[in-house]
Design a protein. Sequence first.
Length: 267
Amino acid sequence: MPVLTRPDIALHYEIDGSGPPVVLVAGTASDSASWAPLVGPLADRFTVIRPDNRSTGRTRPAEAPLSLDHWAGDALALIDHLGLGPVSVVGHSLGGMIAMRMAALAPDRVARLALLASAPVHAARNAALFDLILTLRAPDQPPDLWLRAFLPWLFHPRFFAVPGQLDAAIAQSLAYPHAQPAPQMAAQIAALRGLDAGALPAHVACPTLALLADSDLLIPPADACAALSAIPDLTLSVIPDSGHSLHWDAPEATLGALIPFLTPETR
């Protein structure tokens, strides 16, 4: 099991494939496994590195301190540990914020960014949603209840039109042995709420691709476009028929935009 030992954590990570290095940074309540739909196709062309962010997956201790600089510092330390750089960084949701902070802290080690359903958008509705999710994760609640409330915010409506698909996804999530416990989810959300990320885009100098989901309830494309407009070298693309988890809703369309952007021959 690959682990990078840092002063306050043991950072678990996965490596697949070979070629130019690409670091995939997961979003809230997610870990390295959340990239499953993209890993195989990307690993055919790239060395794909997937860390488990603090408070997620197999990174220990689960109660480590959390902040944007902690998450970004861990990922940059992993790049150094592996002797890589400059690298491309792909971040989903919160992972995109981490990726932007990495680019700001170490522009010499981040060659380009791809932001998936990610922008410094602060919405009171999202905060209310996370309050509800944490309430539904209380020990006296059915274990599947919070997932039934949360998944409609993450996936396109057609996901729910397939008979049995919702129940299958919930069963898979509940069976996952490295799922983020409720206290760590609460800590991660608290750190996210304390994030003053509005200035992040202005500090991103590298080429950046923003892949937005046309039906994203958490990060609507119009809001994301406005929030990311300060990035000087920005390409925007909206993935049709997809929700916030666009790499699950529309993996082929996501890869179709992502791979050319990451491929050295197209730079």
